[in-house]
Design a protein around this ligand. Structure first.
Ligand SMILES: [Zn+2]
Length: 290
């Protein structure tokens, strides 16, 4: 079966008795999890090779050589073959897993910007050498070190708020949502009057399938977001910040809140140790003077 008529499924679901409803849900889930659009990850690299004959300066060679290949992961997002309606919903399900659960992909965009810096700086350097322009080695070194530190911070921020669950757990969560989504569905005709301007919609090449896909997508996003907030104990009545040390979403209990509970404890301990060392040094000095 190539063309999947979601609107028919939803129609029969609404009219069906418990048994028929269950059969339809089962069929839908079978197609969803059997979709050809699997969640896949790829390794990508920012590559360059330090041209030692061109650069010559030992310091510059040492700055650039360690970053000749920076690897990062991406989730598959493009498909060559034509997608049916269920495939589109499956892609959404995959994206949700990547965004909320997978620790290798879907980082903050700043992360990906930061890891391109060594390669960009290398290209700039080569251009400058060829143009015989002056080169500030300290600046280059600082810039690369700073961006890689920042990248690490963004990586932590991106991963520390992800759910610690497997693909199978994710599947179970989605399966729970599917029934709700079928239950809450309203056909296009019923919502047309108040929220959609049907004429402009038809001109834009809109059809019922698009409406259903978008309904599934929005519902899945909404339910998943709520699930994640609940799992993290996040309330919509509280204010949150990202912990400055580990990036975890943390309740802002005062204007001075900077760290999560764990990091705040560590910072306090560090401060205490530093304070004691200082005291030791001063007392030792005093005894020495005496
Ligand atoms: Zn923290």
């Amino acid at each position: 079966m190539n063309r999947i008529d979601l609107s028919e499924m939803l129609y029969y679901y609404e009219l069906g008795d418990e048994n028929e409803k269950e059969t339809i849900l089962k069929e839908f889930k079978k197609m969803l999890w059997g979709s050809k659009c699997k969640f896949k990850k790829y390794k990508r690299k920012y590559n360059y090779t330090v041209d030692k004959d061109l650069i010559k300066d030992r310091k510059l060679i040492d700055i650039f050589t360690p970053h000749e290949s920076i690897e990062y992961m991406v989730a598959k997002g493009k498909y060559k073959s034509k997608l049916n309606s269920i495939d589109y919903i499956r892609v959404k399900v995959n994206n949700l897993y990547g965004y909320y659960c997978d620790r290798d992909t879907y980082y903050k965009s700043e992360y990906y910007k930061c890891i391109t810096v060594p390669k960009n700086e290398y290209i700039k350097l080569v251009r400058k050498i060829i143009a015989e322009e002056s080169i500030n080695i300290v600046d280059i070194k600082d810039k690369i070190e700073r961006s890689l530190d920042e990248a690490e911070m963004y990586r932590k921020q991106s991963t520390s708020n992800k759910l610690n669950i497997t693909w199978n757990d994710h599947k179970n969560i989605i399966n729970d949502f599917i029934e709700k989504i079928f239950e809450n569905y309203k056909p296009l005709e019923e919502v047309e009057d108040d929220s959609w301007e049907i004429d402009s919609v038809i001109i834009d090449g809109w059809n019922e399938d698009n409406y259903i896909i978008s309904y599934f997508s929005k519902s899945l996003s909404g339910y998943y977001k709520n699930y994640v907030r609940k799992a993290a104990g996040i309330s919509k009545y509280k204010e949150y910040i990202y912990c400055e040390a580990c990036g975890k979403l943390t309740e802002k209990t005062s204007n001075r809140t900077k760290y999560c509970h764990i990091c705040a404890k560590e910072k306090k301990l560090e401060k205490y140790i530093r304070y004691n060392k200082k005291r030791e040094i001063t007392t030792n000095r005093k005894t020495h003077i005496r």
